[in-house]
Design a protein around this ligand. Structure first.
Ligand code: SAH
Ligand code: AVI
Length: 334
């Protein structure tokens, strides 16, 4: 991947690692997911241009507390996070609209900013490019090196010629199941040098009414977001899903500490997926699992991180204890 020359370049560069691989990946993932007894489609396919915009709208909803709660944490704590980082690479995994990084870039101040390069990593090339341009309008001359890549498989592409602060915000780690979490944290841990830092945003366990309202908003934007995955499959794989055949379902499974989002068939449905030469049948009431969103406690976070040789050095929550930022080092470093 890119490494910086002694002179930090200003402006935007993009490295697209997915260009040729995405079409094959979605075909394989959808074929596997829709052949299982609990049908599923991976949540990373929400985020085409429309899906990324719908997610931004979700972040502005009154019911979706994670976004504003995390922003309040960043507003308060960015100066101290930046003090312990210094300068180097600010790597943001699943960077989306880049709203949150601005608090850290502001906290860097002009001198450290001139020695820092922002590396947004996202599957959504459109979101990555649009938000990089917006960032450069706000911070002319800043260095932004975007990486279009899948953070579940491509962390080896991260640069390693300077100190890194790796950010994984929004509790996106909650969208992984156990096996994906383990693989992801192990790969991340392997990319971390002694002096690197990892800032992880985690949505915490809380009363079920608050959690379920966040995924069942009154304007039904989350329902639109959920159904957008059917548009993506129709477009990418020449399928004929009809949105009206499915309804949005989101519920908290207390035994697993996770929200599950499904699309439920409201009648018997037959779908043809042209590029897969596949026909899929749904009984009335049958669902497609589109996302899990796990909720954490300090103990569960510490356990998953320890398993990957990662150590929490700071744990900050808002006053209500709804959302946390864990600052993390490699256990052999720190
Ligand atoms: N970090 C932002 C956005 C969270 S939404 C925030 O906190 O508001 C999740 C983001 O991760 C989206 O931008 C989506 O495109 C990206 N994403 C989802 N799965 C991904 C994957 N496997 N690899 C890279 N990016 C992914
Ligand atoms: C990106 N991710 C952490 C969000 C979440 O809350 O799990 C995605 C989302 N799904 C529905 N609303 C928001």
């Amino acid at each position: 991947m890119f490494q910086l020359s002694p002179q930090i370049p200003s402006g935007f560069r993009k490295y697209d690692h997915l260009k040729t691989r995405m079409a094959r990946a979605i075909a394989e993932d959808v074929a596997t997911g829709l052949s299982a007894s609990q049908k599923s489609i991976p949540s990373k396919y929400f985020y085409d241009e429309r899906g990324s915009m719908l997610f931004e709208e979700i972040c502005r909803l009154p019911e979706y507390y994670p976004a504003r709660t995390e922003i309040s944490l960043l507003r308060q704590n960015s100066p101290s996070i930046v003090r312990s980082f210094g300068h180097g690479y600010l790597v943001e995994l699943g960077s989306g609209a880049n709203w949150k990084i601005r608090y850290l870039i502001d906290a860097l101040g002009p001198e450290k900013r001139s020695k820092t390069c922002y590396v947004p990593v996202d599957v959504s090339s459109s979101a990555l490019e649009a938000s990089a341009m917006e960032l450069l309008r706000m911070y002319p001359g800043f260095c932004v090196q975007g990486l279009v890549a899948d953070f579940t498989t491509d962390l080896h592409l991260l640069p390693d010629d300077r100190r890194k602060l790796i950010l994984f915000l929004g509790s996106t780690i909650g969208n992984f199941d156990d096996a994906q979490t383990e693989l992801f944290l192990r790969a991340l841990s392997n990319t971390m040098q002694n002096e690197d830092r990892f800032l992880l945003g985690l949505d915490l366990v809380k009363p079920v009414e608050i959690l379920e309202a966040a995924y069942n908003d009154s304007r039904q934007i989350t329902a639109e977001f959920n159904k957008n995955i059917l548009h993506v499959v129709n477009r990418e794989l020449d399928a004929d899903f009809n949105q009206n055949d499915f309804e949005h379902l989101a519920m908290y499974i207390e035994a697993k500490n996770e929200i599950q989002m499904h699309l439920k068939a409201v009648r018997p449905v037959e779908v043809h997926i042209g590029k897969l030469h596949m026909t899929v049948f749904f009984e009335e009431g049958e669902t497609i699992l589109t996302e899990i969103s796990r909720k954490f406690t300090f103990e569960s976070a510490e356990k998953m991180l320890h398993a990957a040789d990662l150590e929490i050095t700071d744990w900050r929550t808002d006053a209500a204890g709804w959302f946390a930022h864990a600052e993390i080092v490699h256990r052999n470093g720190g």
